[in-house]
Each structure stands twice: as structure tokens, then as C-alpha cells.
Design a protein around this ligand. Structure first.
Ligand SMILES: O=C(O)CCC(=O)C(=O)O
Length: 290
């Protein structure tokens, strides 16, 4: 499978330098690949994103920012996760905490993560890609631990969001080396132009809906497997079809942080969304998954 990479630039402009914590800004002495992104870079990035439905920004975070994020995450998992409601923290096997696979809404439990989500280059990038103001909605943690994990079913995030217009961006920050073996993200390029596709229930905790009859269709062979290194950022449109295989490695983790931003213009069907979440929570509890 080809590996896509459209830009090695870090998204930092003059405004960002004024507004964002220094730890997420690049040193001016870094090599060209980490130079601040100019207006034309942002324009061409958005053009490519609108064309393909996704983008990859290599080295969005540098080693020191990543180290800090890793430390904060480890602390969060050790001290905050045990206090979070079970419908916000998912394990492949809930009796084995090594199999932690997903945490929802880190921003609601920790001010450091709140700032990372709401007042940072991540948010500014979301606004560039969406072409206007955004609303930070959900900061998530994902892992596929070795041996105990499931594939991520093919889906469109917009199916879960229940928003009109369906305008939102999801960003996925790699924390480990990610490739075919440990379950890299796979995008169906251009699929965001097809509108919302029919989904049906899956048995996958954290990804309860998947696209019906995806495999075997001609289009599924056009997937692009995105290999990534720690600090690389992927971004996709709410309508872009994507999925990931299970982690088939013996020892390698596949950790990532997910950033979901809605366009300020998007309105959620709050009643339908809440009803679905309530039903899902009940089903997960009844089946012993949470
Ligand atoms: O981490 C994964 O396997 C899937 C993530 C995903 O689907 C998303 O962030 O929209």
C-alpha cells in the first residue's frame, strides 16, 4: 500500500506564537522541515485536505513536546483514569488494565489536556482545515495493545457525530511508530465526497458502528495505509472513510491521541445523540464490556 505524506511542515504562524504555550512551538533553530508554516503552506495544506479528505503533517510535535505529553498521559492513566466513569474508559478485557484501549474526554478531567485541546496549534490547525471557527468536542486516547485488541471497523466519524452540516475534523497524533503490523490508520482517499454511507452495529467497543459490506467492494482496494512516527499528525474530514487493522505485533503498542473539532456552524441532534449514547451504555453494561 502506498504511504501518503503531503507535508513535513509544522503549523505555527505569527498568531500561534502569540497565543500558544511555548512547549508546543518549535524552536527557530530547527531544520527547514520545522519552519513556521506560511500563509501559502496553510492554503496548500487545506487544498490537499479538501481534495483527499485527509492530510498528514509529519513531526507536528517535536521530541521534547512529545516527551512531556507522554509523561502527562502516563500520569493521567495512573491517577485519573481509575476515577473516571466506566463508560468513558474502555479495555479490551476490563479485568486486565494493560488492555486499555480508549479514553474519552481527557479535556474534562485535566487542565493541562484542556489547554492542549482548546488553546493550541491543534485547534488552530482545525480552524485552518475547516476554514473557520471550530468547537473542541472530544480529546481521546487510543491504544491497540499487542495481542489483546480488535480492528477498528471502517467508519465515518460523521455517522457518530449526528451533526448538520456534517463539518468536523478529527486529528490523530501518533505516539508510537505505526505501520501495517501494529494497525495503522487506513483512509479511503476522496470518500468524503460520497456523503454519509449506511452503517450498522458492530461488536467493537468504542466503535459501535461500521460501514456495511465494506470489504470486497471495489472502493476498499483504494485505501491508503498511513505509516507514522511519534509526533506525526493525521487529520481527516468527518466524512472520510477510515479503519485500522488489529495490532498483530508481539510487543509493540499503538498509542495515539485523537482531537475532534466540530465546525462552529455544525448543529448536533442532541436528543438523538443522547438517546444513542444512553442505549449504548446500557448495552455495554448488560454485555459486561464496561
Ligand atoms: O485509532 C483507531 O484505530 C481509530 C481512530 C479513529 O477512527 C478516529 O480517530 O476517528
Amino acid at each position: 500500500m502506498p504511504v501518503a505524506a503531503i507535508s513535513c511542515k509544522t503549523f505555527v504562524n505569527t498568531d500561534a506564537n502569540a497565543r500558544y504555550p511555548k512547549r508546543f512551538l518549535r524552536s527557530k533553530t530547527k531544520p527547514a522541515a520545522t519552519e513556521p508554516m506560511s500563509y501559502s503552506d496553510a492554503t496548500s495544506l487545506r487544498a490537499a485536505y479538501l481534495q483527499d479528505g485527509y492530510a498528514q503533517l509529519n513531526a507536528f510535535l517535536d521530541a521534547s513536546a512529545l516527551k512531556e505529553l507522554d509523561g502527562k498521559l502516563e500520569h493521567f492513566i495512573n491517577t485519573t483514569v481509575p476515577k473516571i466513569s466506566s463508560d468513558q474508559v474502555f479495555y479490551e478485557n476490563k479485568t486486565d488494565h494493560v488492555t486499555l484501549k480508549q479514553i474519552q474526554h481527557l479535556e474534562l478531567h485535566d487542565s493541562w489536556f484542556h489547554t492542549l485541546f482548546t488553546d493550541s496549534p491543534f485547534r488552530q490547525l482545525a480552524e485552518t482545515l475547516l476554514g473557520g471557527e471550530c468547537v473542541p468536542m472530544n480529546l481521546q486516547y487510543f491504544n491497540k495493545s499487542p495481542r489483546a485488541n480488535k480492528p477498528t471497523p471502517p467508519h465515518q466519524d460523521g455517522y457518530y457525530f449526528m451533526i448538520t452540516p456534517c463539518e468536523a475534523v478529527t486529528m490523530w497524533l501518533a505516539l508510537d511508530e505505526v505501520d501495517d503490523q501494529n494497525g495503522c490508520i487506513r483512509y479511503l482517499s476522496g470518500s468524503h465526497r460520497e456523503g454519509l454511507l449506511p452503517h450498522s452495529r458492530t461488536n467493537t467497543l468504542g466503535f459501535s458502528q461500521g460501514i456495511e459490506n465494506y470489504f470486497g467492494k471495489q472502493s476498499s482496494s483504494n485505501e491508503i495505509a498511513i505509516h507514522a512516527s511519534p509526533g506525526d499528525l493525521l487529520a481527516h474530514d468527518a466524512l472520510t472513510v477510515h479503519r485500522a487493522d488489529a495490532n498483530t505485533s508481539e510487543t509493540r503498542q499503538r498509542r495515539a491521541v485523537g482531537f475532534i473539532y466540530y465546525s462552529a456552524a455544525a448543529k448536533q441532534d442532541v436528543v438523538a445523540h443522547k438517546a444513542y449514547q444512553t442505549q449504548l451504555k446500557q448495552e455495554m453494561a448488560d454485555s459486561g464490556k464496561i
